[in-house]
Design a protein around this ligand. Structure first.
Ligand SMILES: [Zn+2]
Length: 195
């Protein structure tokens, strides 16, 4: 490390940590605990996961959301996830988990919570387009596509399909899976898409 990069590192902040610090988690609801005070550490753990197994959001599922219900804690969690996706060090497994969680939130039954989470996702459209364009992983690209299809303008999503179709799975409209957690080739869970 040169002196200059050292000075830069000393000055730098992590967007995800910054976002975690913005919320009073102990004042937020959890479905299984007294409050959501445990959620930041679970998100930090997920962000460092290197394998699909390690990236299972055991402290989020049944706590912040499950199947189609979600608590309002999903909204600040969505903010943290969007910030986390900008981390260059995030492993493919962690990226997959982050995007899968975001997808679960935007399709929650509670329309108000789902809409609030969509508003959060809209703040990071560039991050989601980059996820597709990067060609890193077809599974994460697909979640990013589904999120964009849900929140961005149709003309832009059509253009995305025209320019980046080769970076997405052949079948973009699979049947909902039986398995609760997707494997290496995730299919679209809890779908309520109509197109
Ligand atoms: Zn809990």
């Amino acid at each position: 490390m040169t002196g200059r990069t050292k000075r830069q590192a000393a000055r730098s902040l992590d967007a995800m940590e910054w976002e975690l610090g913005l919320h009073d988690w102990a004042a937020l609801p959890c479905r299984s605990c007294w409050n959501a005070a445990h959620v930041p550490d679970e998100l930090r753990r997920l962000a460092l996961a290197r394998t699909t197994d390690a990236a299972k959001p055991t402290g989020i599922e049944y706590h912040v959301f499950q199947e189609t219900w979600a608590t309002w804690t999903a909204v600040p969690v969505a903010r943290v996830l969007m910030a986390g996706l900008t981390r260059r060090t995030l492993s493919p497994a962690a990226r997959h988990a982050f995007l899968d969680l975001l997808w679960s939130f935007v399709v929650a039954d509670d329309e108000e919570i789902a809409e609030a989470c969509k508003d959060v996702v809209r703040t990071g459209l560039g991050t989601l387009y980059e996820e597709v364009f990067s060609g890193r992983a077809i599974g994460t690209a697909m979640f990013a596509y589904w999120l964009l299809d849900d929140v961005d303008e149709p003309a832009r999503v059509e253009r995305l399909l025209r320019d980046a179709r080769h970076l997405l799975p052949e079948d973009l409209h699979p049947d909902p899976p039986d398995a609760a957690w997707p494997g290496p080739h995730p299919v679209r869970p809890r779908a309520r898409h109509t197109r």
